[in-house]
Design a protein around this ligand. Structure first.
Ligand SMILES: *Cc1c(COP(=O)(O)O)cnc(C)c1O
Length: 392
């Protein structure tokens, strides 16, 4: 396989000025990824700061009802409430070892911005977060959280004033500041080497899952299910199982359903219905119109609302190693209630998509199923309540 490519996906589609930065990152990451002191230091932060290892929890009531064994990998218990910190801690430490003093990132709903701010704070790095002006307005609590964590939030007023405009600004900043700045990408997306680096840092999820399930059940699961926005929690839990006989399911946001010839996508299912194109510096499957313009997406889950997906996951779906499926808003909400009432766990709406898929397709999942519970649902309580007509 060509370096930085997964089949026909991946690559480095960036302006010339950014190539030295990407090459430096790849070189330094190669060195540090086999450095035992780096690994020891990262493991310390993952354990003492992030709260790893996370439990593998057997859903006793739901398992009985479904007639299978359903385990949850509890990434909702990671500090900050989701798997995102696994990656931001890894990259922030990498940046620090590379002698950088500043992190930049873009964020849509603010989840990745908060996780970057946490990692920057604990490692003593300056943090600037680019955020579309519309998102700043919509996500006031997360903006305030980032301020509390010592980060500076920069509103972006260009274009549609949302995530893709924030991404453009972050890339522009990096090409002028690469000397002292690391651009911390939040999922398995972006130009090479980011998809590889993020997948490696998130693979801690799959490595732990493998050990835990072998200890509990003496065998590997029949299926593993994860939701996919950019694809980092999915790649993280899948990666150590790719060469094993385990069915892997990536669940995308079907939103309000797929309609033909839509100007604006009512979903966020780039793996299921996207086409090849370049987004965020990589060739991958994206949601675009006939002119190659990126479509706005929709999902009830803010973390799934993205027009592309990581190139490695796109390739794994193309080669049929991973099955991409969709779950719509309503079914995700119904799974949100079910897990809350039956297991006492309020899941993130993103993770509720993965739960919903199992609830609907239990007959074909085998007897031993693991769902990556990528995050907790506290952040979504208000929007679910609003759907019921309750406001605070
Ligand atoms: C950000 C987020 C996601 C989507 O991101 P991936 O890179 O696809 O994992 C999923 N779940 C939660 C809880 C998130 O915060």
């Amino acid at each position: 396989m060509k370096r930085g490519w997964y089949g026909r996906y991946g690559g480095m589609f960036v302006p010339e000025t950014l190539m030295p930065a990407l090459e430096q990152l790849e070189r330094e990451y190669r060195k540090l990824s086999i450095d035992s002191n780096f690994k020891k230091e990262l493991d310390m932060y993952l354990e003492e700061f992030a709260g790893r290892p996370t439990p593998l929890y057997l859903c006793r009531r739901l398992s009985k009802e479904l007639g299978i064994k359903l385990y949850l990998k509890r990434e909702d218990l990671v500090h900050g409430g989701a798997h995102k910190l696994n990656n931001t801690l890894g990259q922030a430490l990498l940046a620090k070892h590379m002698g950088k003093t500043r992190l930049i990132a873009e964020t849509g709903a603010g989840q990745h911005g908060c996780a970057t701010a946490m990692a920057g704070a604990v490692l003593g790095l300056d943090v600037d977060i680019y955020m579309g002006a519309k998102d700043v307005e919509r996500q006031k609590i997360n903006v305030y959280r980032m301020h509390l964590l010592g980060a500076n939030v920069i509103p972006v007023h260009s274009g549609s004033m949302t995530l893709k405009d924030a991404t453009n600004e972050a890339l522009r900043d990096w090409s002028a500041s690469v000397e002292n700045t690391h651009y911390l990408i939040g999922s398995v997306v972006g130009p090479h080497p980011f998809p590889t680096i993020v997948r490696d840092f998130q693979s801690v999820i799959g490595k732990e899952t493998k050990e835990q399930i072998l200890e509990r059940e003496g065998r590997l699961p029949d299926s593993i299910v994860a939701c996919a926005g950019g694809g980092s929690n999915a790649m993280g839990i899948f990666y150590p199982f790719i060469k094993e006989g385990v069915e892997l399911y990536a669940i995308e946001a079907g939103g309000k359903g797929i309609k033909k010839d839509e100007k604006q996508a009512c979903h966020s299912a780039s793996l299921c219905v996207g086409e090849d194109g370049v987004l965020h510096g990589a060739m991958t499957k994206i949601l675009q119109n006939e002119y190659g313009q990126i479509l706005e997406t929709h999902s009830i889950a803010p973390g799934l609302d993205y027009s592309g997906v990581g190139p490695e996951l796109a390739q794994l779906c193309e080669s049929r190693r991973v099955r991409a499926e969709m779950v719509c808003d309503d079914d995700a909400i119904s799974a949100f209630y079910t897990l809350s009432k039956k297991e006492g766990i309020i899941p993130a709406l993103e993770s509720a998509h993965a739960i919903a898929y199992v609830l609907e397709n239990v007959d074909k999942m085998g007897e031993l199923v693991v769902v990556n519970l990528s995050g907790r649902g506290d952040k979504d309580v208000e929007s679910v309540a609003r759907l019921e007509g309750v406001s605070f």
